[in-house]
Write a protein that binds this ligand. Structure first.
Ligand SMILES: CC(=O)SCCNC(=O)CCNC(=O)[C@H](O)C(C)(C)COP(=O)(O)OP(=O)(O)OC[C@H]1O[C@@H](n2cnc3c(N)ncnc32)[C@H](O)[C@@H]1OP(=O)(O)O
Length: 418
């Protein structure tokens, strides 16, 4: 169907927020109208966001939201990102080019502002590649069969001098941000959590209405340092013969030391009545299964693309990260969106820094901007993409060379959904 020019795509005015919110709910197949309480919470939560709507005869029929975010690149430096969320087009107006109009406007504005990348968590795989996004992190969920794990059921707390304690929501708001900032400095793929994030997580700001308090626990090292925190809920179930068969569902678990990570998983697997632990989304190379004497007790129940990245500035993106090997490579980057395509020489030094400059030299590896995003955080392999026909070697061995430069010893991880 041809796009209709009479549908107005524009920023959402103050008085149009309720209409925009109704369209958002409708697009996500939720009850269209929100309570006054939820509406006010969302108004507050989205106050710093760029809200765009498509309006047909005065009614909002499509929604789009973006906001300033920081994404940790390989090596720990954060780059300014344009985070995209709340993307919906009403079922009555689909496939007329509304998403494309909203996305192109938003990416052009992000480029203009100087954001290095745009990010999103995609509802469905096929939607965003056409705009230059590529899957840049993978999420993996494990389901742990605790009785099969081989863990000693007599465990009574960490043996390294550290301790695990419960926290109340207000303590989480106090201790959580600093811990998370430490995680951001060491883990590529992590995005920042602002104060509103912590308010939403701990029930102060209820953008989905009903809120049930989860459990929070903290790991402190022997010297009293906060090194890890977990939030989880319990699914209560008892078998017919009066056997407790409860499940821990981890909402999030962050740790900045292996000791904290080990202690928190060990703790979750030691709670009386609990026979199953569902890990929530982790990096595919998470340490979790290796902590169990019988690693097969942790079965992978989900593995899928997670954070999608759209590189808006190849030079700044490649110079923001570090490299585990020295070397150089000429990349021919095609950007059908016209934002940052070109031929670039990437040069990585012994000290781990990289420089990227436009060049006329012959290309060694040709790829689309979305493929570069998949390689940029170190999650994907250029050799694998070449075998799949997604990148092309202009010089034999260039994909291997790209992997030597771009891959990382640990995979990136984005713990959040936004
Ligand atoms: C970051 C987030 O918020 S993720 C959440 C995304 N939202 C949803 O999934 C909610 C339900 N779906 C929707 O609201 C809509 O169908 C959207 C937003 C996915 C697409 O909006 P539309 O306005 O229909 O997309 P638009 O007409 O601009 O389509 C652009 C192109 O994408 C394709 N496309 C759009 N949606 C999909 C899809 N779900 N699967 C495959 N292709 C798709 C179209 O066919 C079109 O292809 P073309 O460029 O080859 O012609």
């Amino acid at each position: 169907m041809t796009p209709r020019a009479d549908i107005d795509v524009r920023p959402v005015g103050e008085t149009e927020f309720a209409d925009w919110n109704r369209a958002l709910n409708t697009g996500f197949l939720r009850e269209p109208h929100s309570s006054d309480e939820v509406l006010e919470a969302r108004r507050k939560a989205f106050a710093a966001c760029r809200l765009v709507g498509a309006f047909d005869s005065g009614r909002c029929v499509a929604t789009f939201r973006s906001f300033a975010q920081e994404l940790t690149a390989v090596g720990g430096r954060a780059v300014p990102a344009d985070a995209v969320s709340s993307v919906t087009v009403s079922a009555t107006h689909r496939r007329r080019g509304l998403l494309s109009r909203m996305m192109r406007q938003d990416l052009a504005a992000a480029k203009e502002r100087g954001d290095v990348v745009a990010t999103l968590i995609s509802a469905e795989y096929p939607i965003y590649g056409r705009y230059g996004f590529g899957p840049a992190t993978t999420t993996t969920e494990w389901t742990i069969d605790v009785p099969r794990s081989g863990l000693d059921a007599r465990w009574a707390g960490p043996q390294d001098g550290g301790r695990v304690d419960f926290l109340d929501p207000e303590e989480v708001r106090k201790l959580g941000p600093e811990l998370h900032d430490r995680l951001r400095r060491i883990r590529p793929g992590v995005v920042d959590r602002d104060e509103l994030w912590w308010q939403q997580d701990t029930g102060v700001l209820r953008i989905h209405g009903a809120w049930q308090e989860p459990f929070y626990a903290v790991y402190r090292s022997a010297s009293g340092e906060v090194e890890g925190m977990v939030s989880y809920k319990i699914e209560d179930h008892w078998g017919d013969a009066k056997q407790p068969q409860n499940t821990v569902r981890v909402r999030w678990l962050v740790a900045v030391t292996p000791a904290a990570e080990r202690a928190l998983w060990r703790y979750l697997c030691s709670i009386d009545w609990v026979v199953t632990v569902k890990s929530g989304g982790r990096a595919p190379d998470d340490l979790l299964p290796l902590f169990l004497p019988d690693a097969r007790a942790a079965a992978i129940t989900t593995q899928a693309d997670w954070l999608w990245v759209r590189i808006l500035d190849v030079v700044r993106a490649l110079e923001a990260r570090t490299y585990e090997a020295a070397g150089s490579l000429v990349l021919e980057v095609t950007d059908r969106g016209g934002l940052t395509g070109g031929r670039y020489r990437l040069e990585a030094s012994e000290d781990g820094t990289g420089s990227c400059t436009p060049t006329d030299a012959s290309a060694e590896l040709s790829l689309e901007i979305g493929e570069l995003a998949s390689l940029w955080l170190g999650d994907e392999s250029a050799v694998r993409l070449a075998a799949a026909g997604r990148v092309r070697e202009e010089r034999a061995g260039a994909a291997r060379q790209a992997d030597a430069l771009l891959r990382t010893s640990r995979r990136p991880w984005c713990p959040d959904v936004f």
